[in-house]
Ligand binder design. Structure first.
Ligand code: R7I
Ligand code: MG
Ligand code: MG
Length: 313
């Protein structure tokens, strides 16, 4: 049995590694191969800086730790304050618009609903930051769904934006409870598929199972599952990238980034799931060391672990 502590840290570090490595390729077409990404990671000199994906994940973790549990208003303010301190991290247009509306007097309930014609965003911004919630609430999938929907709606109210975050959280929770030696990727995909309440996601996850069985090429994976910024074109893709490469956390991230498109975010989501299976040991120390604030991110994982332990007893 893997120690839970390293799995908590692994999921947050996996987010940061996928994000920071993928950031340089966001918006690119498919890369020559996953090993191209691994080679880039090995040879890169200097610090690998993270983007909004990790920055928001840090905010979610900080709020859970400070409040010793989920407090929507506190988390919303934390995400807004962190953004205002470091607005340069490549945020999507939605969240900063919400924060500006709130600063000008619109309520937290109302502001995110005003985006994109009145239903709110279905971008992957709620899914990319979900790891800390998945870690803390992994024991009850019902409670996890409830907490993740609420936390998503700070910025993403569209049901498809929320569902992407819920499924990404389920994937992390399942991975956290599994061990690498007994992991079955088809059973895993089936379990995530069973949990979805939205047809688009059910369809994508069923496609993911077929692509895995057929050992589909990367180009077909991109064509069928997508690699863009909408939650339904990236969260199922990340879940697939992990399932296909479950034996190695670094290979999973490299494969995800090699698909191109929203590479930092698909890398971050894949890394969060893979890190929850393999723990921090799944990532080479020389890569972890290159990631900006990796010691702080590991510490947040440890504090979330302590919080989870204390809430259990
Ligand atoms: O979801 P969000 O926080 O963006 C996250 C992405 C990641 O790739 C990060 O790495 C960063 O680069 O940004 O930000 P949003 O602005 O809410 O959503 C992202 C994009 O999804 C939007 O800018 C739109 O292009 C698209 N989108 C929609 N398009 C049409 N209709 C989101 N919701 C809608 C919609 O309802
Ligand atoms: Mg980003
Ligand atoms: Mg991105």
């Amino acid at each position: 049995m893997f120690a839970m502590l390293t799995k908590f840290a692994g999921s947050l570090l996996g987010t940061a590694i996928g994000d920071s490595l993928g950031a340089g390729f966001e918006g690119f077409g498919p890369l020559p191969s996953p090993s191209y990404v691994l080679e880039f990671a090995r040879q890169y000199r200097g610090q690998l800086r993270y983007t909004d994906d990790t920055h928001m994940t840090i905010g979610v973790a900080e709020s859970l730790i400070e409040r010793r549990g989920f407090d929507k208003l506190h988390m919303a303010n934390k995400l807004m304050e962190n953004y205002e301190q470091q607005p340069f991290r490549g945020y999507g247009p939605g969240p900063p618009t919400v924060f500006r509306m709130v600063r000008s007097g619109v309520s937290w309930e109302e502001a995110p609903r005003r985006l994109f014609g009145g239903r709110g965003s279905f971008g992957n911004g709620a899914a990319m930051r979900v790891a800390p919630l998945a870690l803390l609430f992994h024991q009850s999938l019902e409670e996890l769904r409830e907490v993740v929907s609420q936390a998503s709606q700070i910025t993403h109210t569209h049901p498809l934006g929320v569902e992407g975050a819920v499924l990404q959280a389920y994937a992390i929770a399942l991975s956290l409870k599994a061990t690498p030696s007994s992991f079955d990727p088809l059973d895993f995909l089936e379990a995530v598929a069973q949990a979805t309440r939205e047809a688009v996601y059910a369809e994508k996850l069923s496609t993911a199972q077929k692509l895995l069985e057929q050992r589909a090429e990367r180009a077909e994976v991109v064509r069928r599952l997508g690699n863009s910024v909408e939650a339904f074109n990236s969260a199922p893709t990340a879940i697939f990238c992990f399932a296909k490469n479950y034996e190695s956390a670094m290979d999973a991230i490299a494969y995800a980034i090699s698909l191109g498109g929203d590479a930092d975010t698909i890398g971050a989501m894949t890394g969060a799931i893979a890190g929850a299976l393999h723990g921090e040991q799944g990532f080479p120390a020389e890569i972890v060391e290159k990631i900006e604030d990796s010691a702080y991110i590991r510490e947040l994982g440890a504090k979330l672990y302590e919080l989870w332990e204390s809430r259990r007893s």
